[in-house]
Design a protein. Structure first.
Length: 211
């Protein structure tokens, strides 16, 4: 796929992706601090686990082509918002919004866009809170502002999304007709599970704070 890309662009992209990696590392540190410090202060860790990735050059070029955009570093910066991606999985729905709020209040974190698929799930049942944030990365000779996509979801939402993603790939978008209905029903079950687990968590918190 990349054979016909000018060598200079590929070199620039390699350098660019290094900067995206630094942005991810900065955000991972911020999230780990929030997780550990909140747990210390409130005996509850609002983050179950975190994963991250920087998109491969091949996938970036494919995405630009799919969007009909001429490949360039500027196009990557402006048109592709998920070059750098972080997924934060939380135990409960309120944790998702709390972590998003704590991150958004940090002086060097700018929230560029919020897509709340928890409040308004996608038609297929997908639920998650997506943030596009911009943070400064301090390099040897300049500061670069870098965009990172943060997907935040509960364990139940993550389970649903991981399985749906696998099925989608297996059938290459041509899944049997009843899969859509089944997946929407499974998403509703996952949402119900979130509600029940959150209620149990609240009760356990109240009983532990009772005199
Ligand atoms: P991958 O392989 O996970 O990176 P855009 O990213 O701008 O082209 P859009 O629709 O504006 O597309 O972005 P959106 O809705 O915020 O979703 C982007 C990412 O969210 C996807 O990235 C997925 O990771 C995840 N996502 C969105 N919808 C679904 C869904 O229905 N099921 C699952 N499992 N994940 C979803 P990519 O690049 O599509 O895929």
């Amino acid at each position: 796929v990349l054979d016909d890309q000018p060598q200079a662009l590929l070199q620039d992209l390699g350098r660019e992706l290094m900067v995206y990696k630094f942005a991810v590392e900065e955000l991972l540190t911020k999230l780990r601090i929030l997780s550990e410090e909140f747990d210390f202060a409130h005996q509850h860790d609002p983050i179950e686990h975190i994963t991250s990735r920087v998109k491969q050059p091949k996938a970036i070029m494919q995405k630009l082509r799919r969007k009909g955009i001429e490949p360039s570093i500027e196009a990557v910066r402006e048109e592709i918002e998920d070059v750098a991606g972080i997924r934060v999985v939380c135990p409960f729905v309120p944790d998702v919004y709390m972590v998003a709020g704590m991150l958004g209040r940090q002086d060097d974190v700018e929230i560029v866009k919020t897509k709340d698929y928890i409040d308004e799930p996608k038609p297929n049942g997908y639920r998650s809170l997506h943030l596009i944030v911009r943070i400064p990365v301090f390099l040897s000779d300049r500061v670069e502002k870098v965009k990172v996509e943060i997907q935040m979801r509960t364990i139940a939402m993550d389970f649903w999304a991981a399985v749906e993603h696998k099925l989608f790939y297996k059938y290459d978008g041509e899944a049997p007709a009843d899969f859509g209905t089944e997946l929407r029903a499974a998403a509703a079950t996952a949402a119900d599970l979130d509600t029940r687990m959150t209620a149990l968590h609240r009760r356990s918190q109240m009983s532990s704070s009772a005199p």
